[in-house]
Design a protein around this ligand. Sequence first.
Ligand SMILES: NC(=O)N[C@@H](CC(=O)O)C(=O)O
Ligand SMILES: [Zn+2]
Ligand SMILES: [Zn+2]
Length: 456
Amino acid sequence: MTGQLLTFTGARVVDPARGVDEIANVVVEDDRIASAGEESRGLRIDAAGLVISPGLVDLHTHLREPGGEDAETVATGTAAAAVGGYTAVCAMANTDPVCDHAGVVEQVLRLARDAARCDVFPTGAITRGLGGSELAEMGSMAALGVGCFSDDGHPVQSARVLRQAMAYARTWDAIICNHAEDSDLAAGGQLHAGEVAGRLGLSGRPAEAEEIMVARDLRLAASSGVRLHVPHVSTAGAVELIREAKARGVRVTAEVTPHHLCLTDESAVGYDPVFKVNPPLRTSVDIDALRRGLADGTIDAIATDHAPHSHEQKDQEWTQAPPGMVGLETALAVTLTELVPDDELATPGGAGGAPPDGLLSLSGLVDRLSTRPAAVWGLSEHGGPLEVGAPATFTVFDPQERWTVDPAALRGRARNTPFAGRRLRGRVRYTLLRGRFTCRDGEPAEPLATSPAVHP
Ligand SMILES: NC(=O)N[C@@H](CC(=O)O)C(=O)O
Ligand SMILES: [Zn+2]
Ligand SMILES: [Zn+2]
């Protein structure tokens, strides 16, 4: 125990797990919430006008370590996470070496224990070396607590291999997360196959490449009974397929990224590779469908797909540059700016009544950034409820503060944000993980040297 006693006074506590949106003092004693009401004890931090929400949870982060340390490390990626309000990230397996056996899982957990500013939950690869043909050592990784398997970046093309992986995952009730794209149909594509690609003279990645794969994966998930998680959904057709599958009772969850919720293929007109990403930025029709899907629960979570690349890698001609964009430090502000109407911010409970189609209440946004992603992965220590006795794992942000994204000021190692120069609303002040500050006054705190994170 740290002997710590402090109170955030007059905060707006938004806690979807309890259906709470109210003004309260939050007292933190050691690593726990000691009270949430009128009481105030110990050191006082004035939180009038600030929101306290459960810590954000990212289901899709590329931390790049081991092997990609020039782009990001566990230390720098989790510093970006803490500054972005995140208390847990799920680390993708496309590292070098690939996280396809127990040794790499242990290595990532060790790095996290020594240098992380948030909990890190490693994702295991589905196939050896992300090669798509031979299954990875799923059992030995599951024994270490790995609860999700993904070859992210490399769609599993073989239905036979994915079906086999689903059968294994089902035995541990683990999640299968397949980057959904038919590689043959998307081969050589540089951006969304549409009018803009035609104008720029670049070949495209058709929406059908995603939709065919989502349809196949849903079909395989339905018969295997596995939990399927569809990452970075980007097309209107994919949203519809997931909506229908949920209605039929298929065990599917889905995520959407901030960039797919608000940027279109028009961004590519200057050939700036910062806008190159997989799946590609689509059209305003897709954005509309993604927003409605997020609002009606078809899409469960907002996930960043934080994909850092070094300047040397990313600063090449469009066709040569690797796809991917960073997102941990801007996700809350981008989605707060784009998806939550002004009148939701004024008072607890917001404007009253449901927000307009495709938009979210403040509580709805916190739900998609924290409570639901925590539930998808079964992270019981995250996502709230922020009740007495619960871990003091929460984010304190100013929902009204305006700021301009400056790539040079990012706390992660890479600079490839598509939101450079954007004026956003909403800024994180403090992030706490089990009572320890991981971000204080907007700055990352020292690494925590926490106990290793394990999947429950
Ligand atoms: N999203 C991307 O464009 N790139 C990701 C891989 C992935 O998420 O598919 C990466 O690892 O760089
Ligand atoms: Zn992917
Ligand atoms: Zn990814």
